[in-house]
Design a protein around this ligand. Structure first.
Ligand code: FES
Length: 158
């Protein structure tokens, strides 16, 4: 009798083991399925270039001179104790404008802007953006292209 009892006890243990393993596998499969399902709620984000870039010190700019930062499509202008960062992206269809004696000219469809980026000749209807400029802890100035403003949004040089 004692042998049967031990055998029965051993079978219960095996049964428990098989049962627990089954639940474990089912749990892992459920978590995996939930992970795949949950992935649909995460957007496939494509990261572009950073919106911020440094432009050095204010002393590196000459009063009244437009200084292009071609790879960023931004022109830095200094007017007295103020600096401005003007977008060089045409507000018509996005061509890159070129600095001219009177302001900015678009080579694509002939839009013209004055020195402040205001439209003087269409087809563009909206002025060029001015971006935020701020001082970094290192003492360099930083332009943030994600902060778009109307013409005349200067940074005051301290
Ligand atoms: S894109 Fe500049 S005028 Fe059309």
């Amino acid at each position: 009798m004692a042998v049967n009892y031990d055998r029965e006890k051993q079978e219960l243990t095996r049964r428990n083991f098989v049962s627990l393993s089954g639940w474990g596998i089912a749990g892992i499969a459920t978590l995996g399925a939930a992970g795949v399902f949950g992935r649909f709620f995460w957007p496939n984000v494509q990261y572009g270039p950073p919106s911020k870039f440094t432009i050095g010190k204010a002393s590196g700019y000459t009063d009244g001179v437009k200084q292009n930062i071609a790879d960023q499509k931004v022109t830095i202008v200094k007017h007295g104790s103020q600096l401005g960062a003007i977008s060089m992206v045409c507000q018509h269809l996005g061509c890159t404008v070129a600095a001219s004696a009177t302001g900015f000219d678009c080579p694509c469809h002939g839009s013209k802007y004055d020195d402040m980026g205001n439209v003087t000749h269409g087809p563009a209807q909206i002025a060029l953006y001015w971006f935020d400029i701020s001082l970094t802890p290192s003492g360099d100035l930083e332009v943030d292209k994600s902060k778009k403003n109307d013409p005349g949004h200067y940074y005051n040089i301290v």
